[in-house]
Ligand binder design. Structure first.
Ligand code: DCS
Length: 478
């Protein structure tokens, strides 16, 4: 039987992924027609002009072209520490970058990841419980695939959330159990909301199996406090939930009050019975931070408190895909063991990474301040990650016009914004929303020098939009 639409897997049809949804498709069309589009829909730093860090690219270039290592002039083009690191990584492979690795990733790189986690958290980490993946996305999918047995299995997911979670749960035929983040508390997480969400799911016959946290948050940009993480881990202990800690933005922190603290460290600090009782999977990537190497597709996950038989089964399933990208594994190795003070490449590496992070910090502020200066727009400060998520209070006239156009109100607003300014965003409804509340998500990634102009053009559009639809009868905010 041919694969007609009617015969598609229903889970495929149900699954939604707004980051590349209607807005992105319209933006691509406009671009083909010759309009200048500012793609702020995806956290894809290099696509918006961020330059790659020099040292990792030198090392991987040498690994990709090992014959350069035999060239007598190699030392004129590459620093000695890059040459040494390329030789080191090649020695960890069996046959270079063109050969499959172990399905969990190269043992030598997994050891480097374990050493990084140990340095970061102050607790031992076991390379046997670390799997390298093609970006964090594949790791999340692998773990959810192992957890979800059918629609009776529920996964607690924050709302708003990054739609990798909702889409994968749909694809796998599980049930998403939402818990709401509190915008008025800077997108904080109230454990009482979690309890309510679990009770409600249970009353519908759903067995809640796991909980997702995204820290720092996407799209919401908040950093979870240590106290909050403790409450979450206690909750998971009491409810016997696997905690999936999405920590891909751990390098992207733009304030000093709430530094990133890993779920693993908090769990270990809590001691017995929690430290041995909560099952935790933490995810990381080379796509974010000051690396931004999205196209390389490198990631890892670390499992804590998983029985060996379960780890074996996860390994078996990873084996079906044979091997994660080997060049991306080397990026991961380099990310977790960058040049150290005293190394030839250290100064350049430190200068480049500091430059990117400091600029991101300034851009986060320019964006938040810009949004907060606009009529009917309120925006929490981006404490971390790569996004700004302003609330747009739509006047009744705009809700009416959206209805007439057959569009969800925030999609209507974002389409108008795109047509007027070329700024391509993602409507808040793509991440989940409370009824009647509207947002949009933009990355903070456009080049710093272009930022004032982008914010001016946003403000001009927004204020005209509001003037057009405002009729003095109150707003969409709940
Ligand atoms: N987890 C979160 C919270 C993310 O935001 C992303 C990517 C991923 C995991 C997966 O990244 P990799 O597979 O590349 O490691 N963020 C998407 C986004 O919202 N914009 O760009 C990509």
């Amino acid at each position: 039987m041919a694969l007609e639409y009617d015969l598609l897997n229903e889970n495929v049809k149900k699954c939604q992924y707004a980051v590349r949804g209607e807005l992105y498709l319209r933006a691509s069309e406009l671009q083909k027609e010759g309009k200048k589009i500012i793609f702020t829909n995806v956290g894809n730093p290099h696509a918006l002009g961020q330059k790659p860090l020099t040292f990792p690219r030198q090392v991987v270039a040498l690994c990709q072209a090992p014959f350069l290592l035999d060239d007598p002039n190699v030392g004129m083009l590459f620093p000695a520490d890059a040459i040494a690191r390329a030789k080191h990584y090649l020695s960890l492979t069996s046959g270079g970058l063109g050969a499959y690795s172990d399905s969990r990733g190269l043992p030598g790189v997994r050891k480097e990841v374990a050493e990084f986690i140990q340095r970061r958290d102050g607790y031992p980490s076991d390379p046997e419980l670390i799997f390298l993946t093609d970006g964090a996305s594949k790791g999340v999918m692998q773990i959810l695939n192992c957890v979800i047995r059918g629609e009776g299995d529920g996964i607690l997911v924050p709302v708003p959330q990054y739609p990798l979670y909702s889409a994968t749960i749909s694809l796998l035929g599980g049930s998403l159990v939402p818990y709401y983040l509190d915008e008025s508390e800077n997108w904080g997480l109230d454990v009482n909301n979690l309890r309510q969400s679990v009770a409600q799911a249970r009353s519908q016959g759903i067995s809640v199996r796991a909980m997702v946290i995204i820290n720092p948050g996407n799209p919401t940009g908040q950093c979870l406090s240590e106290a909050n993480l403790k409450e979450i881990l206690k909750f998971c202990y009491n409810e016997k939930l696997v905690l999936l800690g999405d920590e891909v933005y751990q390098q992207n922190i733009y304030q000093d009050e709430r530094p990133f603290i890993s779920s693993k460290k908090v769990l270990m600090d809590m001691g017995s019975p929690f430290s041995k009782g909560v099952q935790l999977v933490s995810f990381h990537t080379v796509s974010k931070g000051y690396w931004g190497e999205c196209g390389q597709r490198g990631g890892y996950f670390e499992m804590t408190n998983f029985p060996p038989r379960v780890v074996e089964e996860i390994y078996k399933v990873a084996s079906i895909a044979l091997s994660p990208n080997v060049s991306a594994q080397i990026f991961m190795g380099l990310m977790v063991s960058p040049p150290k003070p005293g190394d030839i490449s250290y100064d350049q590496f430190a200068r480049e990474s500091k430059g990117i992070l400091e600029s991101l910090r300034r851009r986060a502020k320019i964006m938040t301040d810009g949004f907060n200066s606009c009529k009917n727009v309120v925006c929490n400060f981006t404490e971390g990650a790569m996004y700004s998520f302003p609330q747009i209070r739509l006047p009744p006239g705009a809700l009416q016009a959206a209805k007439q156009a057959g569009k969800v109100p925030d999609v209507f607003y974002c389409l108008k914004l795109l047509e007027a300014t070329g700024i391509s965003t993602v409507p808040g409804s793509g991440f989940g929303q409370k009824e009647g509340v509207f947002h949009l998500r933009t990355t903070i990634l456009p080049a710093e020098e272009e930022m004032p102009e982008i914010m001016d053009s946003f403000k001009k559009f927004n204020n005209e939009f509001m003037a057009q639809y405002e009729n003095g009868f109150g707003y969409s905010r709940m």
